[in-house]
Write a protein that binds this ligand. Structure first.
Ligand code: C5P
Length: 315
């Protein structure tokens, strides 16, 4: 192959139960993810690209980023897609190079795992580009090393994540769900939101419970009951995200007022997610939020959708 393009979805958390802080600084979670139809695209091409060359061992990579808030994505070796290319290239057993082009639609630092999605897409694209055919388990292990949400971006669908979110079990339930996402001005650092969650718990003296999957939420998914699902959405990071980004309380209240079946901060925020009853309802709700001026922009999406998928390749 000389060029491979991979499409990768954003995620929304249907439940994010955050346990106590572990000795390694992470938190044990129960994280029910759903992949939604808001996609980034990553193209991996052999040879030097427009970006500055970055090297790690025998791997040379470059990266350029276009689209939604592209200027906020790092172009150095901290870029998660570049780190993914380095990790896959280290298994090639020969010198390899790649030029990565990322087309962003997923908000940057928005709580929708955009960086993790790009890493997952780069993993799949580089594996294909270099003809490595790494086993799925190995790609999943590399993904987990790159970040807690990267394995889910490979898997897609709806799944429960445990550990720091990286140990996944797919949920089979049928149904299609319609979402509205209210994008905020600016982003929130995931690490800062977890730290704020810890601080709030210390301040209130409320110990963090061991995280458990919500039986009501799992039953709603099993029954493909959107109304019931809307009522069982929960996110333990929400109070911390709202404290760090106060306008979110108004955004969430507006969505509920305009008839969302459920409203919550997506992951560590600041994107807010609203469950709608149908595609039409989602469009109406998005328009109402736009007109109310309670967010920077809205997008509608459906879920679940598959994880990182090759959509084009040139021999
Ligand atoms: O794994 P990832 O790099 O995506 O995590 C970003 C940050 O989010 C971590 O550095 C940590 O502060 C926080 N985090 C956590 N517990 C998790 C997942 C992430 O505290 N289970």
């Amino acid at each position: 192959m000389t060029s491979v393009t991979v499409r990768v979805p954003a995620k929304v958390n249907l439940q994010l139960a955050v346990g106590p802080r572990r000795d390694d600084g992470y938190h044990d979670l129960v994280n029910v993810f759903q992949a939604v139809s808001l996609f980034d695209e990553v193209t991996a091409t052999t040879g030097p690209g427009a970006g500055g060359p970055l090297t790690s061992g025998d791997v040379t990579a470059s990266v350029v980023v276009e689209g939604e808030a592209a200027d906020q994505v790092p172009l150095d070796a901290t870029n998660l897609a570049v780190r993914a290319a380095f990790a896959v290239g280290a298994r090639a057993g020969r010198p390899v190079d790649v030029a990565l082009r990322i087309r962003k639609a997923i908000p940057v630092a928005g709580g929708m795992a955009g960086g993790s999605a790009d890493a997952a897409a780069a993993l799949v694209a580089c594996d294909e580009l270099w003809g490595l055919a790494l086993p799925r388990d190995e790609l999943m292990d590399i993904a987990a090393d790159l970040g807690s949400d990267v394995p889910f971006a490979l898997l897609g669908g709806t799944a429960v994540g445990t550990g720091r979110g990286e140990r996944l079990t797919s949920l089979a339930g049928g149904g299609e769900y319609h979402w509205v996402f209210a994008l905020a001005d600016g982003g929130l650092s995931t690490a800062k939101v977890y730290a704020e969650c810890d601080r709030l718990r210390e301040a209130t003296g409320e110990p963090a419970a061991w995280p458990e999957a919500s039986a009501r939420l799992l039953a709603a998914l099993e029954a493909a009951d959107a109304k019931e699902l809307g009522e069982s959405l929960t996110n333990d990071l929400q109070p911390a995200a709202v404290l760090l980004h106060r306008p979110l309380s108004r955004t969430l209240a507006a969505g509920r007022e305009y008839g969302a079946l459920g409203a919550l901060v997506s992951g560590s925020g600041p994107t807010c997610a609203f469950l709608a009853g149908s595609a039409d309802h989602a469009r109406e709700l998005a328009l109402a939020l736009d007109v109310a001026g309670v967010c920077r922009a809205t997008v509608t999406a459906r879920g679940p959708v598959p994880g990182a998928t090759v959509i084009g390749a040139t021999a």
